[in-house]
Design a protein around this ligand. Structure first.
Ligand code: HEC
Length: 132
């Protein structure tokens, strides 16, 4: 059974900003050194699963990969260190976190926490589920 979910957003403004999730890979003029380094690490390692913008849309396994954009920076640092020290064990993330230095962890956490997301009230968004 195929489930098609169509979300109709109330205004054109909301619709266009919802689509504006792409990160411009070439526009780095406004980034600090830490953000540039974090973006590079994210592009090299994390983006395969979490996306460069932190929304888990790639890799075919997105239901199991959390979105991390807009997440609190300290939370990201704590989680990555917990994977790195095996306080939390996960076949993919434990291995990946062990590849990261403390500076890498700081930089990627800076990158993903700096990506801002908008929150929409479900009561103001019309959702239509179409099942065939
Ligand atoms: C091979 C796919 C893959 C790659 C590459 C990957 N991750 Fe993950 N990540 C996951 C999965 C799957 C989880 C969920 C793990 C779990 O359930 O504990 C996760 C969890 C996380 C979490 C915890 C989120 C939370 O709310 O608990 C953080 C933070 C994170 N990843 C950051 C990163 C960063 C930063 C990189 C790059 C350095 C990265 N990941 C690379 C698959 C990946």
């Amino acid at each position: 059974m195929k489930l098609i979910k169509i979300i109709l957003l109330v205004t054109c403004y909301i619709f266009s900003s919802a689509l504006a999730g792409e990160i411009d890979a070439s526009n780095e003029a406004n980034l600090s050194e830490s953000l540039k380094a974090g973006k590079l690490k994210a592009a090299q390692i994390c983006s395969a699963c979490h996306g460069l913008n932190g929304t888990a849309a790639s890799g075919g396994n997105s239901p199991l990969v959390p979105n991390i954009s807009g997440q609190n920076k300290d939370y990201l640092i704590v989680k990555l260190k917990e994977y790195k020290t095996n306080k939390i064990q996960h076949p993919q993330m434990s291995m990946i976190a062990q590849m990261l230095t403390d500076k890498d962890i700081e930089d990627v956490s800076n990158w993903y926490s700096s990506i801002k997301v908008e929150v929409f009230d479900p009561e103001k968004v019309l959702v239509i589920n179409e099942i065939d």
